[in-house]
Write a protein that binds this ligand. Structure first.
Ligand code: WQD
Length: 331
């Protein structure tokens, strides 16, 4: 069985759907801090399958152990974690405890029950302010905020764990900028409150819930002065996890892969794509840069393509259409 921590979250739920569609046996662990139980109902609607669900927090090591006592878990896909950069700067200890202590609890329990396969949800944020693009898996690492530091520390812990026990099979996946949603519109990214990230913010402006998009700077050294990022459809990202599982279920070792498209789009290009894809206008205003932002980030995707057979298939207009579709369904 595959244990999916954070399986009711944005990327976790899309990965659960894909694995269920491939008849994999899934168990979901989620503390519902940043997700809703309705996501489980929608997973059932999409797949007509209901995976076992445990409302458990990784900081509750007894609750975590119960899951391993009650189920034979072969592999863990570990999404659970706090992920708001700004919040991590304000509350670093909350992030270190939740993300790092939670992962240590998970790994201790896995080792106790001889579960030695894990796929970890890392992030391109571990590349920090690396200048040379595209970023490949050997690009210099460096973190600029506590959230990114938790991702880097967990990657390093997993490397140390593999060095201590070569029976482990570990995949570290460095996501670029996930956006989009399942074509049904039943699952997607719909954060509570004012979103930090670009696409959920654009969607709230499109819905009229927010008056305008603030574009953080247009004086970067990019095609039109606005920030360039490698946006990847969450369905492509989910497929990357399925390919990683297919690799690691029968091999040992530790492997690191970028999951991106290899294409960068500026903020203004994303706005234009969203307007074209959905035939609507987005109010925006150019404002000052956001502290900590870099000009350009996009992936070299060759290693994931060569070793996993991973290739993103969705384009920016698909991502914009599918992101908006979730909100249209809601309204
Ligand atoms: C994208 C671009 C902004 C909002 C973050 C995390 C990273 C990862 C992905 C978890 C930038 C601009 C944004 C807005 C804007 N998350 N922007 N107005 O910062 O590339 O990455 O999310 O792993 O760790 O750092 O994504 O969506 O916040 O910003 O102009 O209201 O959109 O300046 O150029 P980012 P983002």
């Amino acid at each position: 069985m595959i244990l999916i921590t954070g399986g009711l979250g944005y990327i976790g739920s899309h990965t659960v759907v894909k694995l269920l569609e491939q008849n994999k046996e899934i168990i979901i662990l989620d503390n519902l801090y940043n997700s809703k139980i309705e996501v489980l109902d929608n997973i059932v609607k999409i797949t007509n399958k209901k995976p076992k669900f445990y409302q458990t927090d990784l900081l509750d090591i007894n609750g975590l152990e119960e899951i391993f006592q009650q189920n034979h878990i072969d592999c863990v896909i570990h999404f659970a974690g706090l992920k708001a950069v700004g919040e991590s700067v304000a509350e670093p200890l909350k992030y270190f405890n939740n993300n790092i202590t939670g992962t240590i609890n998970l790994l201790i329990t896995m080792q106790k029950y001889n579960c030695k396969k894990i796929i970890f949800s890392s992030s391109a944020t571990v590349y920090g302010t690396a200048e040379t693009m595209p970023l490949d898996e050997n690009s210099p690492l460096g973190v600029t905020n506590p959230y990114g530091r938790t991702k880097l520390v967990i990657e390093e812990m997993l490397n140390d764990l593999y060095e201590s026990d070569n029976e482990f099979g570990i995949v570290l996946l460095r996501y670029f900028n996930p956006i989009g949603a399942h074509k049904s519109g039943l699952i997607g990214e719909n954060p509570n409150g004012i979103p930090n990230n670009l696409m959920p913010y654009i969607c709230k402006v499109a819905k009229g819930e927010l008056p305008q998009l603030n574009v953080f700077g247009n004086d970067y050294d990019t095609v039109d002065g606005t920030g360039v990022r490698d946006y990847i459809h969450v369905e492509d990202l989910a497929e990357g996890h399925v390919l990683s599982y297919n690799k690691i279920k029968s091999t040992k070792g530790i492997y690191t892969y970028n999951l991106g498209t290899g294409n960068g789009y500026s903020v203004l290009q994303v706005i234009n794509a969203f307007e074209r894809a959905n035939n609507l206008k987005i109010n925006y205003k150019i404002v000052d840069r956001r502290p900590g932002d870099v000009a350009t980030v996009y992936a070299d995707t060759n290693k994931a393509e060569d070793e996993l057979g991973f290739k993103a298939i969705y384009g920016i207009e698909d991502m914009c259409r599918d992101s908006w579709n979730v909100h249209k369904i809601d309204s």
